[in-house]
Design a protein around this ligand. Structure first.
Ligand code: NDP
Length: 415
C-alpha cells in the first residue's frame, strides 16, 4: 500500500487504524483459542471470566518457537533446490529465489514423526499447549517486527524512506528485505507459518484419536484437504513469485504477523472443533463436501497456473487454443482467455470454495468453525478491490478495456 502520497489528515487516520489493528488482531487470535478450547466453539460475549482464561506467553515456549523458526531457516538456506528469477522489480532488477519448500516440509514431517515415535514429543503437544503457543507467537512476532523494521529500513528505496516509523513497522520498511541471499518475506510466507499450521492439524488429529480411539472421517477429510493445500503450494512454489504479496507488498508487521501467527492460529479451527465433535454430520454428507472442495481446489489451481504460465510463455495454448490478451502501453499482456476471460479473479472464488468445504465438515452446530470462510471472503473482496485500483492506476485505459471485456470481478454472473 502506498501511503506516502496521501494527504496528512488521511495519513494520520491510516496510522491510527494501524495502531488499532496492532491491538485488535492478536486479541482476535486469543479470543478464538479461548472460545474453541474452553467454550466449545460457542460465539460468546467475552467478559472478565472469559479473558481470565488467556494463557500467558512463556520463555520456554518462546525458546522452542525461536528454535522452530531457526530450524526452518536452516532448511530454507541449506537444502538444494531449483533457483528461479522473480518478477521484475520497479527498478528492473529480478531477485533470485531457491525453491526447496517440498523438501523442507518432507524433512520436517520426518523429524516430527521421529520425535513422536521415540516418545520425546507427545503427538498432541500442540493441542495441549495451544493457548500458550498463540500468546507466545503474538509476543515474539510483535517484538520481532521492530527488529525487522529497523533492519529493512537500511534497504529501503527513496519512496520507502518517506514512511514514518508506524508505517514502516506495520506496512514494512522495504519490499524485499534480505540478509545476503536469504529473502525474509519469501521465507516467512510459508516455512515457519504454513508448515506449522499442518503440524497443528496433525496434533489435533492425534488428540482426537487419543480421546475417541479413532480418526473420524470428517477429521480425515479436512486434514487431507489442508495437507493438499500445502503440498500444492510447495509443488507450484514458483507460482508464488507472481502473487501480490511477493511482487508488491512491503514486509512489515502486517504480513509477518498474518503469515506467522494468523495462519497457524486461525486456519486449523475446523480440525480443532472436530477434536471434541468427531462426527457432526452423517458420513455420506462428506461426499458432496469432498466434491465441493475438489471443485474449489481445481478452480484455484488451474486459474493460478493459467496466469503464471502465460506470464512466462504467452503463446502456450489455454484450453487447447491460442491465448487472447490485451497488450498494455507498458508492454505487459493482460490475459483474457481461459478463466481470466470469465472473471478477473476466479482464483479467489476457487480458493474460497475450498475453504468453505473445510468448514462444512464441521456441520451446522456452531458458527465459529465458519470463521475462516467468513474472514476470507472479506479479505478476498478487499484484495480484489485493492488489486483493481492498482491495475487501473498502472494500466489506465488498457485496464478499462480489460474490465469492459471481462465484466465480473470474482463470481461470474454475480459479482
Ligand atoms: P493474483 O495472483 O490474481 O495476482 C494479481 C496480479 O496479477 C495483478 O496485480 C496483476 O499484476 C496481475 N494480473 C491481474 N489480472 C491479470 C490478467 N488478466 N492477466 C495477466 N496478469 C494479470 O492475486 P493474489 O496475489 O492476490 O492471489 C494469488 C492466490 O493466492 C489466489 O488464488 C488467492 O486466493 C491466494 N491467496 C490466499 C490467501 C490465504 O490466506 N489463503 C491470502 C491471499 C491470497 P501485475 O500488474 O503486476 O502484472
Amino acid at each position: 500500500m502506498d501511503v506516502s502520497g496521501m494527504s496528512l489528515g488521511r495519513r494520520r487516520a491510516f496510522d491510527a487504524a494501524f495502531v488499532l489493528m496492532l491491538l485488535g488482531l492478536p486479541i482476535t487470535t486469543e479470543y478464538l483459542a479461548i472460545a474453541f478450547v474452553h467454550y466449545d466453539a460457542a460465539l460468546v460475549w467475552p467478559d472478565a471470566g472469559f479473558w481470565s482464561r488467556i494463557e500467558a506467553p512463556s520463555w520456554r515456549c518462546a525458546g522452542l518457537y525461536v528454535l522452530w523458526v531457526a530450524f526452518q531457516a536452516a532448511l530454507f538456506h541449506g537444502l538444494p533446490g531449483r533457483t528461479v528469477e522473480g518478477a521484475p522489480l520497479p527498478d528492473g532488477r529480478r531477485l533470485e529465489y531457491r525453491l526447496n519448500g517440498l523438501a523442507a516440509f518432507g524433512i520436517t514431517l520426518a523429524v516430527a514423526a521421529l520425535g513422536v515415535a521415540s516418545g520425546l514429543v507427545p503427538a498432541s503437544l500442540l493441542y495441549d499447549h495451544l493457548g500458550e503457543l498463540v500468546s507466545t507467537m503474538n509476543v515474539v512476532v510483535l517484538v520481532g517486527a521492530i527488529g525487522l523494521a529497523v533492519f529493512a529500513r537500511t534497504q529501503a528505496d527513496a519512496s520507502e524512506r518517506r514512511l514514518n516509523w508506524i508505517e514502516a513497522y506495520t506496512l514494512g520498511a522495504c519490499r524485499n528485505p534480505r540478509i545476503g541471499r536469504f529473502d525474509l518475506k519469501f521465507f516467512c510466507e510459508s516455512r515457519p507459518s504454513m508448515i506449522l499450521w499442518i503440524l497443528i492439524d496433525l496434533s489435533f488429529a492425534a488428540k482426537q484419536i487419543e480421546l475417541h480411539g479413532r480418526l473420524s472421517p470428517a477429521m480425515g477429510l479436512v486434514v487431507a484437504f489442508q495437507l493438499l493445500y500445502l503440498v500444492d503450494y510447495f509443488w507450484f512454489e514458483d507460482a508464488i513469485l507472481t502473487t501480490w504479496d511477493i511482487k508488491h507488498e512491503g514486509f512489515g508487521f502486517i504480513l509477518a504477523w498474518g503469515c506467522m501467527v494468523w495462519i497457524p492460529a486461525s486456519y486449523a479451527l475446523q480440525p480443532l472443533y472436530l477434536v471434541g465433535h468427531p462426527d457432526p454430520l452423517p458420513t455420506l454428507a462428506l461426499v458432496p463436501i469432498g466434491l465441493l472442495g475438489l471443485v474449489g481446489f481445481l478452480l484455484f489451481r488451474t486459474s493460478n497456473l493459467q496466469k503464471h504460465r502465460f506470464s512466462s510463455d504467452p503463446m502456450a495454448p489455454i484450453w487447447g487454443e491460442k491465448p487472447e490478451f490485451i497488450r498494455t502501453e507498458q508492454g505487459r499482456l493482460l490475459l483474457v482467455s481461459g478463466w481470466w476471460g470469465i472473471a478477473r479473479h476466479v482464483n479467489y472464488l476457487g480458493d474460497w470454495l475450498f475453504g468453505l468445504a473445510w468448514s462444512l465438515t464441521c456441520g451446522f452446530g456452531r458458527v465459529l468453525p465458519y470463521f475462516y470462510p467468513i474472514y476470507f471472503a472479506i479479505l478476498l473482496v478487499h484484495r480484489e478491490w485493492r488489486d483493481a485500483r492498482h491495475c487501473a492506476r498502472k494500466y489506465g485505459a488498457d485496464w478499462r478495456r480489460y474490465t469492459e471485456r471481462v465484466r465480473w470481478r470474482i463470481v461470474p454472473g454475480l459479482y
